[in-house]
Design a protein around this ligand. Structure first.
Ligand code: ADP
Ligand code: MG
Length: 578
């Protein structure tokens, strides 16, 4: 058994009792299905034909027995349908939780390469198809084998010749069913990929709806969507075509067998080599013989569908997070806040060029550093390396002299607060979003953090104050307001090191000043690294680092750099002139 199969079966483990009960019910259902025609045969031959004196009593007795069997059959079927499905649903829940946990562990490099829409499909559709397999799989197999062998034995006992005639059809029927089922599955697999593409396209167009509308490119988006939509419907055409051949073909075969039995069986009765009661039993049993074929093919479909889903599920689960704790990682405690880059080089992917080349820089605890330089030079990248969002390709980064590779990710990231350029607000209220900095914070602490981040006043002016819902993406707040909420979050987190990626979008003067003030508050007694676009942020810095494609081009205080008349002085001149 390979490791995937073992993994697949492992999800049954917590529900082994349920599975056993499910299979027991499947056994009972099959047995009763086989016993019923035998009861009919018994009544026909031994009660009706023999004209026994106690015939009526016998009939009532058999009726009572059969009624009992029908009741048990129904109860067992109900158990399979309800409890069996729930078992599948529980297993699916377990898998979905595991997948979500794994999503949370995966590194940024993974998310750079995957679209959220496609990942969402993995967590929903792909797993959904597994419920059916987990639940129907074992029961379908058990019922098919039992019914098929049982019906075969009964038919052979009744009449060997007629049984062999019926069995001549079965291999043809099986090959037919297998072929079209395979075609159906292939189409299904393609459909699954296509629906993933549609999801990704919808996600893309809706996420960028502001851009779409501002460029009035609705038509372009519609065309992109229509393309995916068309591809999807084409893949379904193929699916329905093979499904039609498959289902209607099977119905045809069944009717063919019935015709054969009535012709050859009828002839045998004329020959007096077969009893009428036996022909009757034969008819009742044909259904039981054919049902397993349909069930098995149905199982093959479930299996294919489920395994496709499972493979896609495992594809994600088998992606190892690039960045994990070293085996002997230590906790980073009582951080003073010095940060050192020691000959750091970095590229996003093996086939990409280096974004940072041999960068060395020492930032003292409590220092306020401004990073400046043209866009695309690697400022954001530089900052992403400190919390180990990405791993350096060469060299190392040290906090308080300890390489960040040797400390736990949790303690490292707890020591660093980040205010991103593009602030992400979660669905929920303003207070919820600030609380994200420290889930244990009281309402007083939240308000205090908001005050220090210069956010209290605008929050109070919102219709619901701290309880205002900010919507899925915080669309109702301005960029400056979102940055201040983000700063409030970091106040609550209270880390010794902060990184601030200043919003490039032109904030209006007032909100720029408000953000600036809250940043100054926040940077008190902390190591601060600011990716600066505005002069005001830069002038206050203890040290300004000018990055160029070649690495650190120059560094010093504002006055020093102006005196040097280098790149910074040039940039400064340009900005002043605007
Ligand atoms: P800056 O913040 O100075 O504008 P960035 O650090 O964002 O620059 O980007 C530096 C370079 O790295 C750019 O060429 C950019 O295209 C590239 N880059 C940024 N993020 C990624 C990423 N996630 N995957 C691949 N390349 C990236
Ligand atoms: Mg940037």
């Amino acid at each position: 058994m390979n490791s995937r199969t073992r993994k697949f079966l492992s999800y049954y483990k917590p529900y082994i009792g349920l599975l056993a009960a499910d299979l027991a019910c499947a056994f009972i259902v099959s047995a009763i299905t086989l016993l019923l025609p035998l009861c009919v045969r018994y009544i026909t031959i031994h009660v009706l034909e023999e004209q026994r004196p106690d015939a009526l009593t016998q009939i009532y007795l058999m009726g009572a027995v059969m009624l009992g069997m029908v009741i048990v059959h129904t109860l067992c079927d109900m158990f399979i349908s309800y409890k069996g499905h729930m078992m599948g649903a529980y297993m699916e829940r377990d898998m979905r939780s595991e997948l979500f946990d794994h999503f949370q562990k995966l590194s940024f490099s993974f998310y750079d390469e995957h679209k959220t829409g496609q990942l969402m499909t993995r967590a929903t559709n792909d797993i959904l198809s597994l419920t059916e397999l987990y639940h129907h799989g074992p029961e379908d197999l058990a019922i098919s084998v039992l019914k098929f062998t049982g019906a075969f034995i009964i038919l052979m006992y009744i009449d060997v010749k007629l049984t062999l005639i019926v069995f001549m059809f079965l291999p043809v029927m099986a090959v037919f069913a297998f072929y079209f089922n395979k075609r159906m599955n292939r189409a299904l697999r393609v459909s699954k990929d296509r629906i993933g593409d549609i999801n990704a396209q919808v996600e893309d167009s809706l996420s960028g709806i502001r851009v779409v509308k501002s460029f009035t490119n609705e038509r372009v988006e519609k065309e992109k969507f229509e393309y995916e939509n068309r591809r999807f419907v084409e893949s379904r055409r193929e699916g329905y075509k093979s499904e039609t051949y498959f289902h209607e073909g099977l119905v045809g075969f069944t009717q063919l067998i019935t015709v054969a039995v009535i012709v050859f069986g009828g002839a045998a009765i004329v020959d007096a080599s077969l009893e009428l009661a036996d022909l009757l039993t034969f008819f009742l049993c044909i259904g039981i013989l054919i049902e397993p074929i349909q069930r098995l093919v149905n199982f093959a479909r479930l299996y294919q569908e489920g395994i496709t889903g499972f493979d896609r599920f495992m594809e994600i689960l088998e992606v190892e997070p690039d960045i994990v704790d070293a085996p002997n990682a230590v906790e980073l405690t009582q951080v003073r806040g010095s940060v050192e880059f020691r000959d750091v080089s970095f590229k996003y992917r093996e086939d990409h060029g280096e974004v940072l080349k041999h960068v060395s820089l020492r930032i003292n605890a409590g220092e306020y550093i401004a990073l400046v330089g043209p866009s695309g030079v690697g400022k954001t990248t530089f900052c992403s390396l400190i919390p180990r969002f990405y791993e350096t390709s060469e060299g190392s980064i040290l906090i308080d002299g300890i390489p960040i590779r040797d400390v736990t990710l949790r303690s490292l990231r707890r020591s660093i607060g980040i205010v991103q350029q593009d602030v992400y607000l979660f669905a929920g209220t303003v207070a919820d979003n600030i609380r994200y900095g420290n889930m244990e914070a009281s309402m007083e602490e939240i308000v205090e953090a908001a005050k220090r981040a210069n956010a209290h006043d605008f929050i109070m002016a919102l219709p619901g104050g701290y309880e205002t819902d900010v919507g899925q993406r915080g669309v109702k707040l301005s960029g400056g307001q979102k940055q201040r909420l983000s700063i409030a979050r970091v106040f609550l987190k209270n880390p010794p090191i902060i990184i601030f990626d200043e919003a490039t979008s032109s904030l209006d003067n007032e909100s720029e000043r408000a953000v600036q003030q809250s940043l100054e508050q926040l940077s008190q007694n902390r190591t601060t690294i600011v990716i600066a676009h505005r002069l005001s942020t830069v002038r206050n810095a203890h040290r300004i680092i000018v990055l160029s494609d070649e690495g650190i081009e120059e560094q010093g205080t504002h006055e020093e750099l102006i005196g040097k008349k280098g790149r910074y002085a040039h940039l400064y001149d340009m900005q002043l002139r605007v």
